[in-house]
Design a protein around this ligand. Sequence first.
Ligand SMILES: Nc1ncnc2c1ncn2[C@@H]1O[C@H](COP(=O)(O)OP(=O)(O)OP(=O)(O)O)[C@@H](O)[C@H]1O
Ligand SMILES: [Mg+2]
Length: 346
Amino acid sequence: MGKKAKRYWRLGPVKDLGIDLGTANTIVYVKGKGVVLKEPSVVAISLNTNSILAVGSEAKDMLGRTPANIAAIRPLKEGAIADFETTRRMLKYFIEKTLGKNLWLKPRVIISVPFGTTQVEKRAVIEAAHQGGAKEVFLVEEPLAAAIGAGLPVEEPVGHMIVNIGGGTTEIAVISLGGIVRGVSVRSGGDALNRSIIDYLRKNFRMEIGERTAENIKIQIGYATSPKSEIKMEVRGINLRNSLPMALELTGEEITEAMQEPLTNMLTGIKKIYENTPAQLASDIIDTGITLTGGGALLKNIDKLIAQEMNLPVTIAEDPIDCVALGTGKIISQMKTLTRLALYHV
Ligand SMILES: Nc1ncnc2c1ncn2[C@@H]1O[C@H](COP(=O)(O)OP(=O)(O)OP(=O)(O)O)[C@@H](O)[C@H]1O
Ligand SMILES: [Mg+2]
């Protein structure tokens, strides 16, 4: 057997991929290998030549720091594809990075899309994946993939509630028998929390900070509720009164206050969905509780806040950021056994 043939044999004729195409991060799962790629969903493009300069973390570092001839773009906004062409190029780049430039190796791909993605948007994602090199494309709604990745028995006739707090959106869904019974996508996720911190500093201290700084503040001293009184952080920014640098010491309490509005939006969404859940499933959820996934599940005390407000048990999934990608991976690996699962395929 020649070298090439051997390699072909080892890889098998198709490689199956699961992709969590997120507003903040894209995560790729390869069947048999697990998560192989996790990069920010950012692309840097040269405006002179229209060529790609960087994708992923390298491009993320360029956000807000580009000269006139470079654009650093986040092609997905609020969970939806805002820039189709850049999304296509990004998907192509990530698929190639995962599998190598193997023209004959056309993968079968399953991609998660936000709950409530329209038919037109679904077609756009499928087209982007085809143009990115996929042979066959399946779509799964993100909360369903998140629930599977979190290890919930989604195909059973039992209600489970999943709250996936991503960058762009928070998706809330009640799942039973492999499908979403009630769901909503709220446009308040991790990005909205960052923005609320930016607004708070502008309003209260006339200080301007960038998105990256806001995210750092949130991760380091942000508590959804009951912040520790001793927690503090020094933050640098620009004084809006005179455009000069300034520094402030912020407390955890201030950040909790700053994040009130987006947190309330999330809670309102959860309450609405629960209220509209059929009685039998709603009573299942008293036992099965709410499972949190997505990067926002790492916000300190978010589980405590939701448990307090809903009076339901709340669990943070293991590896919450990876849940959606793990779910797409499980689906692609067990496609034959997951017969009840609601997938989209054209
Ligand atoms: N330790 C942390 N504390 C609070 N927030 C965090 C933490 N780590 C990550 N995040 C936030 O999680 C968000 C990203 O989550 P995730 O990767 O699940 O989003 P996404 O899947 O790309 O977005 P979407 O699902 O909306 O398309 C970001 O807003 C990030 O700031
Ligand atoms: Mg997500």
